[in-house]
Design a protein around this ligand. Structure first.
Ligand SMILES: [Fe+2]
Length: 346
């Protein structure tokens, strides 16, 4: 088996492939590593046949749909997954054939209702059901310690103790374990009393994952993350360096329409000399009356450089093909000691 483990922070993704046919599966891809997965696939001469999410992740952003659209491979997940972009919904016992590899889906609810483990001949991908000397938490949406007890003690831990264990997370830099090691040494599995296990899981007092709301929103809906929207706008927009704009201000002729897209109070408190005010929230409503020339060169600016990027992208979408955004924002402009005007536009 061709086996590549990709660690991102505490997240673990796996690319596994059949050495004879070069068919491959990508398990639990993370949004920030798309180029890496595709690069590994190319380097190893593999073709991704399935992208599998072991469960609805609450702590990081799944790249499943992006990998699927880049490769044409279907997204597979448990049938209870709420994600609308899942193409292949798996039941307990379903097996995927990937060249000469066989992956059997084992439904192991508990961490989430839609948790799967994927069993191959010599290893098991345990998602967040079983971690190395730990288990997935059960206090996030659809978590259930009673179900996790059954999934662990009545299913997963009954597999061959020699099977290697590869979880979706490890925060201590470890790469894998075995079922036998976990039975012997996992501190959460030493007391086999159901009530004691549930009591322990209900009192872990863990803090909420950093991106909980956004991860659940995007992973459950197929919607985009804010970072993705910004990255798309950045890729679709040219920028102007702050030094270039400063030179133009100094020369007394901007040679373009400079649009400050912040709210009114921020604009009045200090803007680039010559900047006009058109807040981002009113851009589409006022564009026809305030920007009659679609061939004009327009530069947007805002406080940090993000909203101005979105505004420039919107203008380009509307047909202002020479719209660009300032690289940086008014915060950096002020900190650089560059000139400011106060009050309404002259
Ligand atoms: Fe998880």
């Amino acid at each position: 088996m061709i086996f590549e483990q990709v660690a991102t922070g505490g997240c673990q993704s796996y690319l596994i492939g059949c050495p004879d046919t070069r068919a491959a599966v990508l398990i639990d891809p993370e949004l920030g590593q798309i180029d890496r997965y595709l690069g590994l696939t190319a380097r190893e001469g593999l073709r991704i046949r399935y992208v599998i999410d072991t469960h609805t992740h609450a702590d990081h952003f799944s790249a499943a749909r992006e990998i699927a659209s880049a490769t044409g491979a279907p997204v597979a997940a448990h049938r209870l997954s709420p994600a609308p972009y899942v193409d292949m919904r798996l039941d307990h016992g379903d097996m995927l054939l990937v060249g000469g590899l066989k992956l059997k889906a084992m439904h192991t609810p508990g961490h989430t209702r839609d948790s799967l483990c994927l069993v191959t001949a010599d290893r098991v991908f345990t998602g967040d059901t079983l971690l190395i000397e730990g288990t997935g938490r059960t206090d996030l949406p659809t978590g259930d310690p009673d179900a996790l007890y059954d999934s662990l003690f009545n299913h997963l831990l009954r597999l061959d103790p020699a099977l290697a264990v590869y979880p979706a997370h490890d925060y201590k830099g470890r790469s894998g374990s075995t079922i036998g090691h976990e039975i012997a040494a996992n501190p959460r599995l030493q007391n086999r009393d159901r009530a004691a296990f549930i009591e322990m899981m209900n009192h872990l007092n863990l803090s909420a994952p950093t991106h909980l709301t956004e991860a659940l929103r995007t992973n459950m809906s197929g919607g985009k993350t804010v970072a993705q929207l910004l990255a798309e706008a950045t890729a679709a927009t040219p920028f102007m360096a702050m030094t270039e704009l400063a030179d133009r201000v100094a020369s007394g002729d901007l040679g373009l329409i400079l649009l400050d897209v912040r709210e009114r109070d921020a604009y009045l408190a200090g803007h680039v000399p010559g900047a006009r005010h058109l807040p981002r929230g009113q851009l589409e409503l006022r564009v026809n009356s305030e920007l009659p020339d679609p061939t004009a060169r327009i530069l947007t600016c805002c406080e940090f450089g993000y909203i101005s990027t979105l505004a420039a992208q919107t203008l380009r979408t509307l047909g202002f093909r020479r719209a660009a955004a300032l690289d940086g924002g008014m915060k950096a402009w002020r900190e650089a000691g560059l000139p400011l005007d106060n009050g309404p536009a002259a």
